[in-house]
Design a protein around this ligand. Structure first.
Ligand code: AMP
Ligand code: GLY
Length: 423
């Protein structure tokens, strides 16, 4: 098979790494890719949002399957264009993608189809949003409506901080993502990321993990796109997984199909396990980053048949995926300053070292410098991942490798997996 994989982050490097192991693969082309992906596949300098150029590339390489990594490609409508061209695509059409691209849409969707989520108000301007705070208790949750790379959420302990956050959003801190604001009820509980595949009709659970959204140890600091993950995560008991499947996953796929946009791809359910059962925090229309990295390490089955089955309506023919009976950890290395302004261009040394068979390093936001050195971008640059017989061993191996990487301008959390280890 010829496969075109769209995206350039650690998630896509992990997908490329796993796809590359498939005996079904003839040719893997990644656009735009990154230096990690360039080492294992062909890369083409086509933007992840340039739908006409991606369609042309899919045709040029006679792609049997196009795999969409990031949300921006979903929002740009690549799946729509590929459907018209008759090219199988893993990744939903833009209408279904609103489950991620608009928090206001998703809240209305939950109401229409009875999915449990927090109480909320959608607000069109700052005055309305500030007035809405009176309907909630602290901590206040203030969210920009659109895509903001995991950074458009502020949890404010008091009204003054919430009001400042509202002003920031409407002042354009998150660009067009902040044209509207959603204020919502704060949910108490433990958070988790669950993944489910769908081919438009049939759905299948596809693993779970726990992310660490805050920038610093002890869950301090601002929200990020995710600073590290581990899988499996003990919050996901069999009972909880079953509840998520029946209350969130199946109603979501059924609801979005009933609204005329059958879902083909992976749905990422970010949920809070509350006293009243699982409640939706948000949907994402793609694999999580860095959740995908730990899932790919643990996935024993060939990934490609699952991706193809989603794209071609044959998921009902597939058995449940097989997972390694091991734990996986991913530690994110980011440029100092992230998720705020950070200086791109520092050099990372030693990322391609030999860390042993249980450690895998994925390149995220980094590019290749003039002499082939790895240059960090202004955000999450590297994902150091490891498998172990238990979480402690996986974590030791991952941090052992992190210690061998020479990058003075980078930082990472040192407590990935703490919730599970402190149980
Ligand atoms: P999101 O971008 O919606 O995933 O939100 C970022 C992070 O903010 C989540 O991972 C949670 O840790 C936290 N969060 C978002 N919404 C809520 C909520 N309603 N209650 C409590 N925490 C929340
Ligand atoms: N790690 C969370 C996300 O991908 O949005």
């Amino acid at each position: 098979m010829n496969i075109l994989l769209v995206g350039s982050g650690g998630r896509e490097h992990a997908l490329a790494w796993k796809i590359k192991q498939s005996p079904l693969l003839a040719r893997l082309v990644c656009a735009p890719g990154n230096p990690g992906m360039a080492a294992i596949a062909e890369i083409r300098d086509v933007k992840a949002t340039d739908v006409p150029a991606l369609l042309a590339l899919a045709r040029e390489i006679a792609a049997d399957l196009v795999v969409i990594g990031p949300e921006v490609t979903v929002e740009a409508g690549l799946a729509d264009a590929l459907a018209e061209a008759g090219i199988p695509c893993f990744g939903p059409i833009a209408q279904a993608g609103q489950l991620e691209s608009s928090k206001a849409f998703t809240k209305g969707f939950c109401d229409r189809h009875g999915l449990p989520t927090s109480q909320y108000r959608v607000c069109e301007d700052a005055a309305q949003a500030k007035a809405a705070l009176a309907h909630f208790e602290p901590p206040y949750v203030v969210k920009a409506d659109g895509l903001a790379a995991g950074k458009g959420v502020v949890i404010a302990m008091d009204a003054a901080t919430a009001e400042a956050a509202i002003d920031d959003v409407f002042a354009g801190a998150f660009g067009t993502a902040g044209a509207r604001v959603v204020i919502e009820e704060y949910l108490e509980g433990e958070i988790g990321s669950l993944f489910a595949l769908c081919d438009g009709k049939t759905s299948m659970l596809f693993g779970w993990a726990q992310d660490h959204k805050r920038a610093f140890d002890g869950d301090e600091g601002p929200n990020t796109g995710g600073m590290g993950t581990y899988s499996p995560a003990p919050v996901f008991t069999l009972d909880l997984v079953d509840q998520i499947d029946h209350r969130l996953v199946r109603p979501a796929f059924k609801g979005i199909a009933a609204e005329g946009a059958p879902y083909r791809g992976v749905l990422f359910v970010e949920m809070m396990a509350t006293r009243h059962g699982p409640k939706l925090i948000e949907f994402n229309c793609r694999f999580g980053d860095p959740e995908c990295q730990v899932l790919m390490l643990r996935l024993e089955s060939d990934l490609v048949p699952y991706l193809l089955a989603c794209a071609t309506g044959r998921l009902h023919e597939m058995p449940a995926p097989k997972w390694r009976n091991q734990d996986a950890v991913c530690v994110v290395l980011a440029t100092e300053g992230y998720p705020g302004p950070a200086k791109a261009g520092s050099v990372i040394r030693g990322a391609d070292g030999d860390f042993g068979p249980d450690v895998t390093v994925f390149v995220a936001g980094a590019s290749s410098g003039p002499d082939g050195e790895l240059q960090a971008g202004a955000g999450r640059a590297l994902n150091v991942c490891a498998l172990g017989e238990d979480l402690g061993q996986a974590r030791e191996r991952a941090y052992g490798a992190v210690a061998l990487i020479d990058w003075p301008q980078g930082f990472h959390r040192t407590d990935i997996g703490w919730r599970a280890l402190s149980r």
